[in-house]
Write a protein that binds this ligand. Structure first.
Ligand SMILES: NC(=O)c1ccc[n+]([C@@H]2O[C@H](COP(=O)([O-])OP(=O)(O)OC[C@H]3O[C@@H](n4cnc5c(N)ncnc54)[C@H](O)[C@@H]3O)[C@@H](O)[C@H]2O)c1
Ligand SMILES: [Zn+2]
Length: 577
């Protein structure tokens, strides 16, 4: 019998101050596993603190002891092992650890790490000060050392951003990740060591009803059949697509599915938001009935968010729900619409009024399909990508800032990384709040309160959604600044990033880009029109609007005490020349 050695241990790594030891202890307690901290064991064995080993015997000796301790630890079974922050840099250690357990890396921003180490030192006077703090500029030292180790941390099977999370919350995430990783890890040791976990998996979404992988890659459409078979799907696949995407990709998708053994039917709908309606849902039901579709057959949504929402709605309701796959082909769909299981159709009285939460069995995003997407749609999609960085991940914002040119030119490797990261952020948020009940999902609405006001006030005809979100994010950042939450430098940083991706950052800029050749529309904006539409926005609770604001780049906060006059002032600023 082949033994899946991955389930043997759980290894927690990460920089100092990311809470490895406390989290590992908590995880061990919850799983009823043993707990081992290699640093603690070294201290016990050497009979002196680590700083002293460094000082008296040198770092080389410490690394030797560490290697020995890791070798011993890897002989354990069902143990949560917390390892020192530098241990994973050693290739021998890494190989041994990767062979015997799942590696989870805890991440935190340098500022968070500094704060935590500082607090720890203040709370434990008399204990030896950490070498990291015993330098002139500890924050800079943390930054440098962390950056030098980042590529090693990136080899972990899973990464958890711990900023703003309690030990219990991180422990919960570790357990969730380990369960999911085990499910999707190859069963065979050798395969594992050579290839690791399916490297096309960008993230996993885990909800109470369904857990599923999100695959992101360049040219990944070729692997659609293979991934579906691995997810234990079989039978007839009905592809639903709009006419634009159909003409470009359906023959390829059909070919790939047929050669993987699936029977395939395809149904094409007109492109455009009007198609997301009960009329088209009925047309698809008719098609499914006519083709004698059964409960364990599969629906595949191949297209942008419109197709995803409509096909998902049909999948949720036909025969009381059937398996379905999202194959998003627009940037918005890849990083946003395909993740989280919100499906639905529009009602003449409002967008997305009818729908359900119905999670797909898998999401497969082939970034190469973006090469045929209309430039304006692509640019609009970057707004949601940037939004994900702004609300939760400053490092990702830095990555976007450093790679604007290559990303906007769709350079395959960087594009794949950006989409995978952005999708992972959305997946992390929706996994914590599947049905938008706990308020955690609310942060995804950053920029959306003003955006919905702009869209509704122009009957959804003047702005693409991302364009309105970009302007809305500028408004929300200015509002954050007015409330004393955000610095003017951060407001400018956000604005400059949006501009570099070609997004409008004010109603003026939007008008200018329309003059530069975009189709003009007759939908004029008035301040009263926008505020009226904003008050109708469904995020209004009682009388106050729940504003998603920033207290830093990468840190969203929710406020429902924003004075109306500040909102008006910001809207005026966005509109004034
Ligand atoms: N369910 C959710 O959580 C969620 C989140 C965000 C948006 N949405 C919904 O998604 C929709 C917007 O998504 P969208 O921006 O993808 O719109 P869309 O699906 O209408 O696609 C935009 C246009 O791009 C075309 N297109 C898509 N992929 C293409 C490709 N690879 N090559 C060439 N053309 C391509 C489409 O045919 C369409 O004309 C809205 O209905 C919105 O309500 C849903
Ligand atoms: Zn949006």
């Amino acid at each position: 019998m082949k033994v899946d050695r991955r389930i043997t241990n759980l290894i927690i790594t990460g920089f100092s101050g990311t809470g490895k030891s406390l989290v590992a202890k908590e995880v061990a307690l919850r799983l009823n596993w043993d707990f081992l901290d290699t640093d603690d064991e070294i201290v016990k064995q050497a009979g002196k603190p680590i700083a002293e080993i460094f000082r008296q015997d040198g770092e080389g000796r410490f690394r030797e002891l560490e290697r020995e301790m890791i070798r011993k630890a890897c002989q354990q079974r069902h143990t949560v092992i917390s390892i020192g922050g530098g241990a994973i840099v050693d290739p021998q250690n890494y190989e041994l650890l990767a062979k015997t357990g799942l590696i989870v890396c805890l991440e935190a921003k340098p500022e968070t790490i500094y704060e935590r180490l500082f607090r720890e030192a203040a709370c434990n006077p008399g204990t030896e000060i950490r070498p990291l703090l015993a330098v002139d500029n500890p924050l800079e030292r943390i930054r440098q050392l962390k950056a030098s180790r980042q590529s090693y941390y990136a080899k972990a099977d899973w990464t958890i951003h711990t900023d703003g999370l309690s030990v219990n919350e991180v422990a919960e995430e570790v357990i969730r990740a380990s369960r999911l990783l085990r499910r999707y890890a190859p069963r065979n040791d050798r395969e594992k060591v050579q290839s690791g976990i399916d490297k096309d998996i960008a993230c996993l979404v885990e909800t109470t009803t369904q857990s599923y992988p999100v695959f992101v890659g360049y040219g990944l459409l070729d692997k659609l059949g293979e991934k579906m078979k691995k997810a234990a799907l079989s039978g007839t696949a009905t592809i639903i697509s709009d006419e634009n995407v159909f003409s470009l990709y359906v023959s390829k998708a059909e070919g790939v599915l047929k050669s993987a053994g699936f029977a395939v039917n395809s149904f094409v709908v007109p492109a455009g938001e009007e198609t997301k309606s009960i009329d088209y849902a009925i047309k698809i039901y008719d098609f499914l009935v006519e083709h004698r579709t059964e409960r364990d057959d599969i629906i595949i949504a191949l297209g942008g968010g419109m197709v995803g929402d409509l096909a998902g709605f049909v999948a949720a309701t036909f025969l009381r729900g059937m398996p379905w796959i999202q194959v998003p082909t627009s940037l918005v769909a890849m990083v946003d619409a395909s993740i989280g299981g919100k499906v639905g159709i529009n009602h003449p009285e409002g967008k997305n009024l009818i729908g359900a939460f119905y999670q797909p069995n898998l999401v497969l995003a082939d970034c190469q399909t973006l090469t045929t997407l209309h430039q304006r749609e692509l640019t609009s999609g970057w707004a949601e990508v940037i939004k994900h960085g702004l609300i939760l991940d400053e490092e990702f914002v830095q990555f976007l800032e450093s790679n604007v040119d290559k990303l906007t030119k769709l350079e395959p490797e960087l594009l794949t990384r950006a989409i995978a990261r952005s999708a992972a952020i959305k997946a992390q948020v929706v996994s914590q709040d599947e049905k938008e009940k706990e308020g955690k999902r609310t942060i995804l609405n950053y920029g959306h309160t003003i955006a919905h006001g702009l869209e509704a006030a122009t009957q959804y005809k003047r702005f693409l959604h991302g364009e309105a979100v970009a302007i809305g994010m500028v408004g929300a950042a200015k509002l954050s600044q007015r409330l004393g939450l955000l610095s003017s430098a951060a407001v400018e940083r956000q604005q400059s990033l949006l501009q570099k991706f070609g997004l409008p950052t004010s109603l003026r800029a939007e008008a200018a880009s329309q003059r530069r050749g975009r189709k003009r529309s007759n939908f004029k904006l008035s301040l009263a029109g926008i505020t009226r539409a904003m008050e109708l926005d469904k995020k209004v609770r009682g009388k106050s609007i729940r504003w998603v604001l920033l207290q830093d780049i990468g840190e969203a906060v929710i406020r429902n005490d924003v004075p109306q006059q500040d909102v008006l002032a910001v809207l005026r600023e966005l509109a004034e020349p």
